[in-house]
Design a protein around this ligand. Structure first.
Ligand code: HAM
Length: 422
């Protein structure tokens, strides 16, 4: 039997890992400058955390969760998103007692049993950021500005910011009523799921991917005509902060997002370069969620971005810079091999990337390997060099060689290699 990754799961191979690390460390750097601290919740949580937090009628909860039972028969679920887990941690550890405004981020894998396609996986990774404790428009604008700034920092441009307001629980209800009436008139054009959603949670019809449903909602009333004065003011204020920060956006009244916890501002940052999976970032405000999950009535706002989608866009944009070893040590004969073994590790401790052979090989084979690895320089040491106290240092690009003193070789090489890398 041949073992391969299961459908929708993928290995992140060594040649891609550097891009991932760069994204992760840039996220940490940018988010720290906005005052965010990292939190690392576990991957497995009680199923109810997600079903209650995200909403029973959402695709995520109704179809996509990886759920198992523990030995006592309780449901456990591999997190399909991070917000519910971060809220759970915020409540469980009473993080609000330490600071009335908590800004948290987390990076890691999420699991959704969706149909895999370009940009959509069953295990995918998110960079996720949340602000707790501020109900105002400035924190919404701040989190959007941070997302845009991060994307710009990593070299992604040409992305479109779409924003909407879903109103508060009060004004949303009047919109839901209106929407339901509209959908009932068109009920036969809707798929069976959406016929049910019309009754249970009509907003979710906006998420449906079935063509006739998409067509039907294209003529649906706009939530922006139904939100109350307070929500209107809040949303206008978010827009004015974005405008004054020079961030262009599109008002998109169909942007309801696939999770039930959102209130007021929602947003997505979209690309037209990844086919159907066009959202690189999704987020918004979720003022009732902390309370819904057993905590105090604290507001929240946040976003998550899919790392796979960011990497795909970066791959399209740029030639990857391939790192190669600074030095290859070609040792010949027992004594030289033993000495070289120690030099290699001493040099590595100074941060220089050094490669060598594990087994005894002739010079030709070692030079071939150094060439294949792309080593910039090769130190050649055999019995003769040991006897004369001078090794040969070959510059692989310039194809020239010079002698180096073996006495104090680690320091000598450190000087030469650091000088040549500038
Ligand atoms: P979401 O829209 O479900 O929101 O996911 C956020 C991002 O994760 C998407 O824009 C996309 O880039 C990526 N993503 C989602 N599903 C997949 C998948 N199957 N394969 C690859 N990438 C995927 C949330 O998860 C919310 N928790 C965001 C949030 C945080 N809202 C407030 N705070």
């Amino acid at each position: 039997m041949e073992f391969t990754t299961i459908k929708g799961f993928k290995d992140i191979l060594p040649e891609d890992v550097e891009t991932w690390q760069r994204l992760e460390s840039e996220a940490r750097r940018v988010f720290h400058s906005f005052g965010f601290k990292e939190i690392r919740p576990p991957l497995l949580e009680r199923t109810e955390l997600f079903s209650r937090g995200i909403g029973q009628e959402t695709d995520i909860v109704s179809k996509e969760m990886y759920t198992l039972k523990d030995s006592k028969g309780r449901g456990l679920t591999l997190r399909p998103e991070a917000t519910a887990s971060v809220v759970r941690a915020y409540v469980q550890h009473r993080l609000y007692l330490k600071n009335p405004i908590q800004k948290l981020f987390t990076i890691g894998p999420m699991f959704r049993h969706e149909r895999p396609q370009k940009g959509r996986f069953r295990q995918f990774h998110q960079i996720n950021a949340e602000i707790f404790g501020d109900p105002g428009s400035r924190s919404d604008a701040d989190i959007i500005i941070m997302a845009m700034f991060f994307l710009e920092t990593i070299g992604l441009s040409g992305l479109g910011l779409h924003i909407n307001s879903l109103g508060c629980h009060k004004c949303r209800d009047s919109f839901k009523k209106e929407l339901k009436e509209y959908l009932i008139q068109k009920i036969h054009a809707l798929c069976l799921d959406c016929q049910r959603r019309t009754e249970t949670n009509p907003l979710r019809v906006f998420d449906c991917k079935v063509d006739t449903c998409k067509e039907t909602v294209s003529g649906a009333p706009s939530i922006l005509d139904y939100i109350c004065e307070d929500c209107q003011e809040h949303f206008e204020s978010v827009q004015s902060y974005l405008e004054s920060s020079g961030i262009p956006f599109v008002l998109n009244h169909k942007l309801v997002r696939g999770l039930d916890y959102y209130t007021r501002t929602t947003f997505e940052i979209q690309t037209d370069r990844l086919g159907a999976q066009n959202a690189v970032t999704g987020g918004g405000r979720y003022d009732g969620l902390v309370k819904l999950l057993g905590g105090p009535d604290h507001p929240g706002t946040g976003f998550a971005m899919g790392i796979e989608r960011l990497v795909a866009l970066l791959d399209e944009d740029a030639e990857q810079e391939v790192r190669t070893p600074d030095l290859f040590v070609a040792a010949l004969g027992d004594t030289a091999e033993k000495k070289a073994f120690n030099w290699v590790n001493d040099l590595r401790r100074t941060g220089i990337w050094v490669e060598t052979e594990y087994s005894s090989k002739g010079l030709k084979a070692q030079m071939k390997r150094a060439g294949r690895l792309g080593a910039r320089k090769v130190l050649i040491v055999g019995e003769d060099e040991l006897a004369s106290g001078k090794g040969i240092l070959r510059d692989m690009e310039k194809k020239v060689q010079e002698e180096v003193e073996l006495q104090n070789i680690v320091n000598n090489l450190k000087g030469i290699l650091k000088e040549s890398t500038g």
